[in-house]
Design a protein around this ligand. Structure first.
Ligand code: ATR
Length: 280
């Protein structure tokens, strides 16, 4: 029987998730439909209820609803509890079970696709919003040595540091002091700056010769930060497209009990992204 799935967000029209899940379904012999549903923050809870009433079995949740989705769950995974945000809903008996696959998606992309070793790296996280929150515990689990969180609004960086509760390993610093922080072996851009016209003014002194630069966005939004990192001779620059595909595979696994192969979908999407960017 065909199963119903969806992704909720705002904006959502350009989401790649319906394509990714349709491809995974074909590959794994799972009959499913997966649609994108636009919902404003005010309408989100009722949109999910309507989807469930029509037989919805599971959903992905993207910006700006990850915290609201957490509030809808009768039960959440330990990781989702830790980050306070849910990107995957699964209907179980009489309520939603929520989990968060963003962190594992990032780590699988970096360690398995890109074959990078994160252990022992001195890391800088730019941003302290929902995207940063979703991946910090996974980075610590992956063995990074030290994590400095810097956010335009300092109080949010402090809140995230407090929530992690590892004061010797995870610290906040002021954006104004970036030039005095020394160099890093991993810098993650989790800000929304790439979606705006403003360009972040970052010093090249942040980049060590073996620095891995990661932008959690993909497409045009990832270009300003990754161009800066390449101009400063970083060792490796990675956007968020692989993370997107891997977090989708992790959601698929939780819904259908099988983890799809991701290389084919990733290669197709990478070619499409490259064509879109070079057409501009
Ligand atoms: P998301 O879920 O994508 O993280 P968010 O919770 O709204 O969305 O967080 C956006 C992040 O990008 C925040 O860390 C934000 O900084 P503030 O907390 O100071 O708002 C950061 N951000 C957005 N625009 C930025 C810019 N032009 N320069 C630096 N940081 C920016």
């Amino acid at each position: 029987m065909r199963q119903h799935f969806a992704v909720f967000g705002q904006p959502i029209a350009h989401s790649l998730s319906p394509y990714i899940h349709a491809e995974f379904g074909k590959q794994c012999g799972v009959e499913l439909d997966y649609v994108a549903i636009e919902a404003s923050p005010e309408d989100f809870a009722s949109a999910v209820a309507t989807f469930r009433a029509a037989g919805g079995r599971g959903a992905n949740i993207t910006l700006p609803h990850k915290q609201a989705a957490y509030a809808l769950c009768k039960e959440v995974s330990e990781y989702a509890f830790h980050v306070g945000a849910v990107n995957t809903l699964m209907w179980q008996d009489d309520g939603w079970m929520g989990c968060n696959t963003d962190g594992v998606g990032l780590i699988v992309d970096l360690t398995e696709r890109e074959r990078l070793d994160l252990r022992g790296r001195r890391c800088l996280m730019l941003g302290a919003g929902g995207a940063a929150r979703g991946v910090v515990p996974a980075m610590l689990e992956a063995g990074v040595a030290e994590l400095i969180i810097v956010n335009r609004t300092a109080a949010r960086a402090d809140e995230l540091v407090d929530a992690v509760g590892e004061p010797d390993r995870v610290k906040s610093r002021y954006w104004e002091d970036l030039a005095a922080l020394g160099d890093f072996e991993l810098i993650i851009n989790a800000t929304a700056a790439g979606h705006q016209t403003t360009v972040m003014d970052l010093p090249f002194s942040l980049l060590s010769p073996r620095c891995l630069a990661v932008d959690l966005s993909y497409g045009k939004a990832a270009i300003p930060f990754l161009s800066w990192a390449k101009a400063g001779n970083c060792d490796h620059a990675v956007d968020g497209l692989g993370m997107l595909v891997e977090q989708a595979a992790e959601s698929f696994l939780r819904w259908h009990g099988v983890r799809p192969q991701t290389d084919g979908v990733y290669t197709t999407l990478r070619a499409k992204q490259d064509a879109l960017i070079s057409a501009d």
